[in-house]
Design a protein around this ligand. Structure first.
Ligand code: 4AD
Ligand code: MG
Length: 477
C-alpha cells in the first residue's frame, strides 16, 4: 500500500501536494477532524473530511482505534495546534473499532491499567515514545561498540552454567514433570533429559564473553537474561536485556572509563534523535509528580537531568569511603534507614545507594573495591586480601545500573576462591582453561538495559519500558 509516513510529512515545510497516509484514529471531532497516528512519531496528522459529501455509513466507522487509509492534499494548516493537515479526497476504513468496546479511550489511563492491556498500550503516546526511545537506545549501543571495533558475540540462552553463582535460575527441561526420570537414589536423572544434563536459562553471558575476549580482545553481548528471583520491585524483571562488554588487556579503570563513555554516548544519541518523545515524556513526568510531595519530586526536568549526566564526570570512590559517608549520614544516625550501616562489610541496599547518589553527591556514582564476600567468585582480589576489583555504577532515581569488575586472571587465586565458595571446578574447566592458556588482565561489566531506558524516559517502573514484562506471577502475552 502506498503511504507516506506521518513523520516525513511533518518534517518538511512542503505543501500543496497529494499523498496518502495510513494509521489509527486517535480522535474524530465534529465529524470533520481526524487525528491520525501511525507510530512513526509522536504527532498526529490532522485529516479534514468533507462529511457533507461522505457516505453516512463510512463516517460512522471513523472511531477511535480504527485503522484507516486516507488520500488527499497536504496543505499548510490554517487552524491552531498543527502546521500541516490533509484535505481528504478518499478514505478507506481498513479495520473498524467498536467505540463501546475499545479499551483505550482518549483520556488518561493509569499505568497499572495499561499494563493489563499491554497488547494495546503501544497505541498510547507514552508507550509509543518509550518504545521508540528503547529502539534507538539499543541501536546506539550497537553503534557505540561497532565504532570501537568490538565484536558482537551471541552468548547462549540455554546453558548448563550458573554465571553468578547465585542459583536463581529457571530450569529448562523436556522431561514430563509428572513423571521425570529418576536415578537409583530417587533423584531426577538429567542424563535422560534433552541435553543429557541439567540446564537453565542464562543469568548472564559474562563467562562466555570472557572466552570470546581472550581471543577477540574486545567483545560484547546484548541479549535477554533471566533471573528467578522473587523481587517485586520497580527495578527488577524476571526476563531482562543486558549488555555485557568484556575487554582483554584492560583493568578496572579502563572498564569504568568504557562504561561511563558508553552511557553518555547512548543518552546523547537519544537526546539527538528523540527530541519530540523526550519533550513529551518530560511533561508527562511533571504532571505525574504533581501528585507527589515536593521532596519526592525529581530535582531536575528530564532533559536537564540527561544533559547533566552527560556533562559531568561520574563520582568515583571506594566502597570503604562510601561506608564512611553512610555511617555518618543523617538517616543512619537518626535510624531512618531500614538497614542501618553498622560496620564495614555490610551489603549496600538500594536506600544506601540512593542516598549516596541523590542526597550526597547528587550525580552518578561509581563505587569500587567491594568486600570479596558480597561479590561473585570471578572478581580480581586486591592486595589487601579482603576487597575485590569490582565496580557498580549508581544512577539517580535508579540505583545500580551497571555491575562489573576486573576479572581474576590468576589461576591459583581463582581456584582458591571457587573452592571457598563451593563452585565446582570440574564443571567449569572450560572457564579455567582461559587462565591455563594465555591468561591476561581483563575486565567487563553488565548494563541493565531496562534500567537505562527507565533513566532516559523517566518511567517509574521497569515494567513500563519493556513491551511485555515478565515478573513473579505474570507471563501474559
Ligand atoms: O550486577 P549483575 O548481576 O552483574 C552481572 O550479571 C555480571 N555478570 C555483569 C558483568 O560483569 N558482565 O547485573 C548487571 C546489571 C545490574 O547492574 C542491573 O542494572 C541489571 O543488570 N539487572 C537487572 N535488571 C532488571 N531486572 C533484574 N532482575 C536485574 N538484575 C540485574
Ligand atoms: Mg550487581
Amino acid at each position: 500500500m502506498y503511504r507516506s509516513k506521518i513523520k516525513d510529512i511533518l518534517a518538511k515545510q512542503t505543501f500543496d501536494y497529494e499523498t496518502s497516509v495510513a494509521g489509527w484514529v486517535r480522535t474524530f471531532r465534529n465529524n470533520r477532524f481526524i487525528a491520525l497516528n501511525d507510530g512513526s512519531c509522536l504527532s498526529n496528522i490532522q485529516i479534514v473530511v468533507d462529511y457533507e459529501n461522505m457516505d453516512e455509513a463510512l463516517l460512522k466507522k471513523i472511531n477511535t482505534g480504527a485503522a484507516i487509509h486516507a488520500k488527499g492534499q497536504i496543505i499548510e494548516s490554517q487552524g491552531r495546534g498543527q502546521t500541516h493537515e490533509m484535505v481528504c479526497t478518499e478514505l478507506q476504513v481498513l479495520g473498524e473499532s467498536d467505540p463501546e468496546k475499545y479499551p483505550l479511550q482518549p483520556k488518561r489511563h493509569s499505568m497499572e491499567f495499561l499494563r493489563e492491556i499491554a497488547h494495546l498500550r503501544f497505541r498510547t503516546n507514552t508507550f509509543a515514545s518509550v518504545f521508540r526511545i528503547r529502539s534507538n537506545a539499543a541501536f546506539a549501543i550497537h553503534k557505540f561498540f561497532a565504532e570501537k571495533g568490538f565484536v558482537y558475540l551471541h552468548s547462549p540462552i540455554i546453558t548448563g552454567s550458573d554465571a553468578e553463582g547465585a542459583g536463581e535460575m529457571f530450569h529448562v527441561t523436556t522431561m514430563d514433570l509428572k513423571a521425570p526420570a529418576l536415578n537409583e537414589d530417587g533423584e531426577i536423572d538429567y542424563s535422560q533429559d534433552f541435553f543429557n544434563s541439567e540446564t537453565n536459562l542464562t543469568v548472564s553471558g559474562q563467562l562466555e564473553a570472557e572466552l570470546g575476549a581472550l581471543a577477540l580482545s574486545e567483545v560484547y553481548t546484548f541479549g535477554p537474561t533471566f533471573r528467578a528471583e522473587n523481587s517485586n520491585t520497580t527495578r527488577h524483571l524476571a526476563e531482562f536485556w543486558m549488555i555485557e562488554p568484556e575487554v582483554a588487556f584492560c583493568d578496572l579503570d579502563g572498564d569504568m572509563d568504557l562504561a561511563e563513555e558508553m552511557l553518555k554516548y547512548v543518552i546523547q544519541y537519544v537526546m539527538d534523535h528523540n527530541q519530540e518523545d523526550l519533550a513529551f515524556l518530560e511533561n508527562r513526568l511533571v504532571e505525574e509528580e504533581k501528585h507527589k510531595p515536593q521532596n519526592e519530586r525529581s530535582p531536575m526536568l528530564l532533559r536537564e537531568k540527561l544533559a547533566f549526566c552527560i556533562e559531568n564526570d561520574f563520582e568515583r570512590l571506594t566502597y570503604t569511603e562510601a561506608i564512611r559517608i553512610l555511617k555518618n549520614s543523617k538517616p543512619n544516625k537518626k535510624k531512618k534507614f531500614q538497614y542501618l550501616i553498622e560496620e564495614w562489610g555490610a551489603d549496600l541496599q538500594s536506600e544506601h545507594e540512593r542516598y549516596l547518589v541523590e542526597k550526597h553527591f547528587k550525580k552518578p556514582v561509581i563505587l569500587t573495591d567491594y568486600p570479596k564476600d558480597i561479590k561473585a567468585f570471578y572478581m580480581r582480589l586486591n592486595d589487601d586480601g579482603k576487597t575485590v576489583r569490582a565496580m557498580d555504577i549508581l544512577f539517580p532515581g535508579i540505583g545500580e545500573i551497571v555491575g562489573g569488575s576486573q576479572r581474576e586472571e590468576r589461576l591459583e587465586l581463582l581456584e582458591k576462591r571457587m573452592d571457598e565458595m563451593d563452585i565446582p571446578k570440574e564443571e567449569m574447566s572450560w572457564y579455567l582453561d582461559t587462565r591455563r592458556f594465555g591468561t591476561c588482565e581483563h575486565a567487563g561489566f553488565g548494563l541493565g538495559f531496562g534500567r537505562l531506558v527507565q533513566f532516559i524516559t523517566g518511567m517509574g517502573n521497569i515494567r513500563d519500558v519493556i513491551p511485555f514484562p515478565r515478573t513473579p506471577g505474570n507471563a501474559k502475552f
